[in-house]
Design a protein around this ligand. Structure first.
Ligand SMILES: Cc1cc2nc3c(=O)[nH]c(=O)nc-3n(C[C@H](O)[C@H](O)[C@H](O)COP(=O)(O)OP(=O)(O)OC[C@H]3O[C@@H](n4cnc5c(N)ncnc54)[C@H](O)[C@@H]3O)c2cc1C
Length: 434
């Protein structure tokens, strides 16, 4: 059966008075925004789409979330680049909607506005917690290791401190496994990645020796993909045990890193104890059975939520021509495949809505231009950043990203790309243990 969007007759292309039927603004150039733009174009090839992002770079967590050693997954950005190469699709980076440009301006200038702003904050852990105990979010940590200029850890007093030899990761999703893998890999394992070497050396000068992954649920309900855990167990020098049983026989007899996974451990408190951090847990369903794990740092990998001061928390979001996709619609970050499906559905709803409206003029990006900051970045400028990062790649890395907005904007403007300074010394993390 055909959907309303497919059956609705296309209105004459007079809605804007200049041959463009509809002008749509997409807020957020991550996968949800890019897949939405792709699906809108497919449904209405002569549409005009402006994709805005607060960062000077497109692709959201493809660039700043997906692990630096998973270049295969990151390669989805090539598909998105093709969307931005289409006539009628514009990227406007370094423009935060709600701060640099009001949502109201988008509503005035576009026939529809799609919020694809993701979920930018680690979900908080609501248990008794000593404020001095070092607890970092997994999302914050991967953003740091992916060179996000806004990574909270980059700007936090203890953000670049050594995580220590023993860490606890709370949560049993794929992000927990990503963090465990990145913290246990040697330099050789990271060849051809685009990891931020300086950040990695700061937080993990050596691969972490012991990682405890604690999950509340029973093992069969863990959210991670089995293939991710297998990949971790196959890293040379890493030994993974699950509730005390080794995952693979005969691997890494004297391992560089031991990863102990324990299920049905409900965290109850995080306190300072003898200069370290003590995580107190009780067994799921039995609050009397208390256990403790001592470590140097606790990493929470419990999912994501929108930051407290975020566009989606502001008022006036109920206008009929405002749509949501990805995290703002579902409350879940999701993966690429899920977000692609959601974006296809959202694009269908947007087109059905637009085709049901009386034609009216909307100026689109032209109506916004005098409100955009001078430092806004277009797609050509992003290509200059991309090119400069690839050219300055350190040996054995596929790119070396810029880590500040100033550097990104200088590269966007075509100024001589600041060189990446080769690492002068190779620390212990460069030796691969057998
Ligand atoms: C560590 C990690 C590893 C992952 N690995 C994988 C993997 O291997 N495979 C997989 O399928 N998925 C993976 N994912 C999930 C994947 O990254 C998400 O599904 C996807 O990025 C969500 O896309 P999104 O566009 O909804 O959100 P995001 O990618 O977060 O993009 C949202 C964009 O909106 C912008 N934005 C926010 N607010 C504003 C504003 N006010 N104005 C303008 N712009 C704004 C942000 O700057 C950002 O660019 C991983 C996620 C993480 C955290």
């Amino acid at each position: 059966m055909k959907t309303p969007a497919e059956t609705a007759p296309n209105r004459p292309t007079a809605a804007t008075g200049d041959g463009i039927p509809f002008r749509v603004a997409v807020v957020g150039a991550g996968p949800s925004g890019c897949y939405t733009a792709q699906a809108l174009l497919k449904g209405q090839p002569d549409i005009e789409i402006t994709v805005l992002d607060a960062l000077p770079t497109p692709f959201g967590l493809v660039r700043y979330g997906i692990a630096a050693d998973h270049q295969g997954a990151k390669a989805v950005s090539r598909q998105f680049e093709r969307v931005f190469s289409q006539p009628g699709v514009d990227f406007v980076g370094n423009v935060s909607v709600g701060t640099d440009v009001g949502l109201e301006s988008l509503r005035e200038n576009f026939h529809a506005v799609v919020l694809a702003t993701g979920l930018g904050a680690d979900r908080r852990l609501d248990i008794e917690r000593d404020p001095d105990a070092r607890v970092v979010g997994a999302g914050d940590l991967v953003r740091l290791l992916n060179s996000d200029p806004d990574a909270r850890l980059r700007h936090r007093r203890d953000g670049l401190d050594d995580l220590g030899a023993e860490v606890v990761i709370l949560g049993t999703g794929n992000v927990a496994v990503d963090v465990a893998r990145l913290l246990s890999k040697s330099d050789l394992d990271l060849i051809a990645s685009d990891i931020d070497d300086d950040a990695l050396r700061a937080v993990a000068p050596n691969p972490v020796r012991t990682i405890h992954i604690l999950g509340r649920c029973p093992s069969h309900r863990a959210k991670w993909d089995a293939s991710m855990v297998k990949e971790l167990a196959h890293v040379v020098g890493v030994r993974v045990t699950v509730d005390g049983t080794p995952l693979l026989d005969g691997t890494a007899v004297s391992p560089r890193t031991t990863v102990n996974v324990r299920f049905e451990q409900v965290p109850a408190a995080i306190r300072r104890h003898d200069g370290r951090i003590r995580v107190t847990t009780h067994r799921a369903g039995d609050s009397g059975q208390v256990d403790h794990v001592d470590a140097d740092t606790v990493i929470t990998a419990l999912g994501f939520e929108s930051p407290a001061a975020h566009l989606t928390h502001s008022g006036g979001l109920d206008a009929p021509h405002l749509f949501r996709v990805g995290g703002p619609a579902t409350g879940r970050l999701g993966n690429l495949a899920e977000n692609r499906r959601l974006a296809t559905d959202a694009a269908r709803d947007v087109l059905a809505f637009l085709r049901g409206q009386e034609p009216r003029h909307r100026a689109g990006l032209d109506g916004l231009r005098d409100r955009l900051p001078a430092s806004a970045v277009d797609f050509e400028a992003w290509r200059r950043i991309d090119d400069a990062e690839i050219r300055r790649a350190r040996p054995d890395r596929c790119r070396t990203k810029f880590t500040t907005r100033e550097e990104l904007l200088a590269a966007a403007a075509g100024s001589a790309a600041p060189p990446s300074i080769p690492l002068a010394t190779t620390g212990p993390s460069t030796t691969q243990e057998k």
